[in-house]
Design a protein around this ligand. Structure first.
Ligand SMILES: [Zn+2]
Length: 187
């Protein structure tokens, strides 16, 4: 996922990234970032982590995935709105996925590996929220070796993050575009 920042948070179908708290912060910031890994308990297909052309690490299919299937669950620490805001402002990698108006899931703590799935404007996954669980579902057939992607749908009103997903219909930013104001009548 492209450099995500601060106050961005994925609206229903998206995530943001952040980490660490209070006293531990200093110590953590000196440690190298942990090697990304997938938690097989939350993967419904064979997946692997590898270097991504989109951004750093990515998650790849290691077998065929049919459409409309649960591929992986996005897990992490469940935090409230205030804590999510605090972590977003601390800016250090963002793995925050906004579940609803109040709850956010921080993939930096207890993440299944789904937090490494990059954004694309033409994604092969979509997020579905079922009873408080964030499920990444396949939109279509996904071939072995294909990178998994999801549309983060960052809010248009937060800091704009440029997108380099490379899809022909790339909108240029990870943020969704503001809807155009209604046309004024000429009369
Ligand atoms: Zn794009």
């Amino acid at each position: 996922m492209a450099a995500k920042r601060s106050t961005n948070s994925k609206t229903s179908g998206q995530a943001t990234r952040q980490k660490s708290h209070g006293r531990k912060r200093k110590r953590l910031s000196k440690l190298p970032l942990p090697e990304p890994h997938l938690d097989p308990r939350y993967c419904c297909f064979k997946l692997r982590i590898g270097r991504s052309k989109i951004h750093r690490w990515g998650v790849f299919a290691a077998e065929w995935i049919p459409p409309n299937r649960k591929v992986i669950e996005y897990t992490g620490e469940r935090i409230n709105r205030r804590e999510a805001k605090r972590r977003a402002e601390m800016s250090r990698g963002h793995y925050l996925f906004k579940l609803d108006a109040y709850w956010t899931v921080d993939g930096a703590a207890g993440g299944s590996g789904a937090e490494f799935i990059n954004h694309s404007c033409d994604p092969n996954l979509y997020a579905k929220i079922v009873k408080g669980h964030i499920l990444y579902m396949s939109k279509r057939y996904i071939a072995p070796g294909e990178e998994l992607t999801v549309d983060y749908n960052f809010d248009p009103d937060v800091e704009v993050v440029p997108c380099r997903c490379g899809s022909p219909n790339c909108r240029g930013t990870i943020n969704v575009l503001r809807s155009k104001p209604p046309r004024k009548s000429r009369r």
